[in-house]
Ligand binder design. Sequence first.
Ligand code: BTN
Length: 253
Amino acid sequence: MINEYWIDSKLCPLIFKYQEVGSTNNVARKLIEENNIGFTVVSEVQTAGYGSADKFWESPRGGLWCSLAIIPKIEIPLVGVIPILSAVAVAEVLDDYNVDTVLKWPNDILLKSNKKKIGGILVEGKTTQMKLNYLIIGIGLNINTTLNQYSPSLQTQIATISEELNIEIDLDILTRKIILKIEEMCKMIDEQGIKSLLDKWRSRNNILGMKVKVQTPEKQYTGIAFNITKYGQLILEIGEKKVTISSGTLSLC
Ligand code: BTN
């Protein structure tokens, strides 16, 4: 570990910073057994980072690879809203750096200018006896990286903030801002309900009203992205029918 430090957050006050780990989500899952407060694991490099559908997530030096481990007091069905909440929080923080993004359900953060992926969010949790024990919010962002640090096949699909906007962002400051924004949004849904969060997501998404394909572990659906529910599920309009999907990989047709 490089160091361990505290920030002014109630949700996630402690940060564990590493030079290299397999996956920050896995490290966070191990550390949660020994910590009864929220914390964040950050690593300069990940050698075995993973994303949705267990896909390898390339995590070279210069990116932000972090996992927030939180012990939330929310109902289990609301867990589906956490990826949405986190994506909106990241997008709002990136606004501060004049990085304009759009959100693709369920977990992609794309650059508004060219719709290339600059980041993703992977939320994992543990429940026992219908009780939520913890949640891990894994966030990966291509910040101060260059495309030649990624494999050739990925280079055509993604973008990096430093290359697109010619800026360099301090990753410690960015991490703190993201944690505080997630905390602010949790407070917002606590006080005002879920609607304001969903409205924020709707105003930033690039899929509603579009024809999309969604691959779930069971089945592939094609239809019009109609809306998202208060539990973060996607409502797809397929002909006369509406289908609600909890997770999957979405592509625009
Ligand atoms: C996706 O778009 O598929 C989600 C990607 C999530 C990647 C992050 S990087 C930090 C954390 N550690 C991991 O192994 N995955 C998440």
